[in-house]
Design a protein around this ligand. Structure first.
Ligand SMILES: *Cc1c(COP(=O)(O)O)cnc(C)c1O
Length: 461
């Protein structure tokens, strides 16, 4: 098929929106290690998880075998309001770069939350409602997850309590207002409202917070409030499962035009968009049917894959969560005030960690000034103002396209454009004023984070 026949945007029909999620764990020979109890170091059973997470989500968390999980009709109906999301052929960027590569991106920013996070938020809110809960608690860093969850909770009539990382609460007042408009309560974290928040404030006075702190607070409130559970917007297996809708749609759209990506790129915070985007492609790779080059892009300031350790660690700073086996910088690692707030988590999805450890994908880092250069270049030709998180993927896609220019290869590059950057104008302003700096942690700074990783040498996985 000649390239002229590929439209700028490939939209699926409404009836082509996936009706099942694809569970990539079913095709993994070596399953991701289970969550373990921090005291006993034994795998967490569904019963032990249920005081924290919604019942059906615990089942999804533990299900390593069911390949396709039906998407309940209520969730399919909500998906229809903002899905399918388009696969866009970046003709204008290709031209600007003068590259023989073909660049495609799957754009998840066309909903009010401004990111892919709504795909999982609506699922998690649905299961909470179905269980008869009153509400949910969560943390939010940059604010996209909190926004998505507040939208989903409003839709199902659930209460939503959001702990927002303090620096972001102060930098992005309008994000907070969107959440409140959807009926959520928003508390800057660390706060005086929880025991763990007070403890963290005592230990680190003046801290601007981190995702790890906010998670501790949200879990404490969920486990101490009748009728509430905690929900998380990334990292967990269940979240990657919900996000598989991105990859299944993208693959269907590209298949319709006979396009096979050579390289698939996504930014990686906790791994949910990347895990979702690559899932059907990774499935083929795991089954030995096809091969793809898969690249995770993380900030140089928070390099979990590229400089972290693959081991059991806490998911939060206050150590109230189970332990997950993942690439981690240590739960007490607090990254410098990087502007890609959604990529500042110290750990990484256990599914992606396992796949990365086995060499099924690779990872690169990007420094924030380079990321904003790429974002600006992209915005000026493709029209969309990208989120700083997403722009990590743009940066890597441009790098790959420029490599093709050197070699003359016409590779197909697919990347995830996870969201828009309207609430990130403080960061864009810094960049435009030439005041943005890059922070790369030194080895000794990383060592300080590794020091507090718990000893799990007795664990057999
Ligand atoms: C949260 C977020 C990310 C990073 O989270 P993952 O779980 O790694 O996908 C990336 N892009 C945007 C726009 C986000 O909101």
């Amino acid at each position: 098929m000649s390239e002229k026949e590929i439209p700028y945007k490939i939209y699926l029909r409404e009836d082509e929106i996936p009706k099942t999620w694809y569970n990539v764990r079913a095709d993994m020979k070596n399953k991701p290690a289970p969550l373990i109890h921090p005291g006993t170091h034994k795998p967490l059973s569904a019963e032990e998880m249920e005081p924290i997470f919604c019942r059906e989500l615990c089942e999804q968390e533990l299900d390593n075998d069911t390949r396709f999980i039906p998407i309940p009709e209520e969730i399919q109906d909500f998906y229809k309001m903002y899905r399918p999301s388009p696969v866009v052929r970046a003709y204008c960027l290709e031209k600007k770069l003068d590259t023989p590569a073909h660049i495609y991106y799957k754009f998840e920013g066309n909903n009010t939350s401004g990111s892919h996070k709504l795909n999982s938020a609506i699922a998690q809110a649905y299961y909470a409602k179905k269980q008869g809960l009153k509400g949910v608690t969560t943390e939010t860093g940059a604010g996209q997850w909190g926004t998505a969850l507040s939208m989903a909770c409003a839709y199902f009539g659930l209460d939503c309590k959001v702990f927002m990382v303090k620096v972001s609460y102060e930098q992005k007042p309008f994000r907070r207002e969107v959440m409140r408009t959807y009926g959520a309560s928003v508390t800057p974290s660390p706060s005086e409202t929880t025991e763990v928040g007070r403890k963290i404030l005592e230990e680190f006075p003046g801290t601007t917070g981190s995702l790890g702190c906010a998670i501790s607070e949200a879990v404490e409130v969920a486990t101490h409030t009748e009728g509430y559970r905690y929900v998380l917007g990334s990292v967990l297996n269940q979240v990657l499962l919900h996000q598989s809708v991105i990859g299944v749609e993208a693959k269907t759209a590209l298949d319709d035009y006979g396009v096979v990506p050579d390289i698939i790129i996504g930014c990686a915070g906790g791994g949910s968009n990347l895990g979702g985007l690559i899932s059907p492609f990774m499935g083929e790779k795991l089954r030995g049917e096809k091969d793809y080059e898969i690249i995770a892009v993380e900030p140089a300031s928070c390099p979990s894959f590229t400089r972290g350790k693959f081991t059991y660690d806490f998911c939060d700073t206050g150590h109230v969560t189970p332990l997950a086996k993942m690439y981690t910088l240590g739960s007490e690692f607090i990254p410098s005030a990087n502007h890609a707030g959604g990529l500042r988590f110290h750990g990484m999805s256990p599914v992606l960690s396992q796949l990365y450890d086995e060499g099924y994908m690779k990872a690169v880092t990007a420094e924030q000034t380079d990321v904003f250069k790429a974002a600006t270049e992209f915005a000026r030709v493709e029209g969309i103002l990208p989120a700083p998180e997403s722009s990590h993927a743009i940066k890597a896609a441009i790098d790959e396209a420029l490599k093709c220019k050197e070699t003359g290869e016409s590779k197909n590059i697919l990347f995830g454009l996870t969201g828009t950057g309207y609430f990130d104008m403080v960061a864009y302003q810094k960049f435009n004023d030439g005041q943005m700096e890059d922070h790369i942690p030194t080895d000794s700074e990383l060592e300080a984070g590794f020091k507090n990783i718990p000893d799990t040498s007795d664990v057999q996985f």
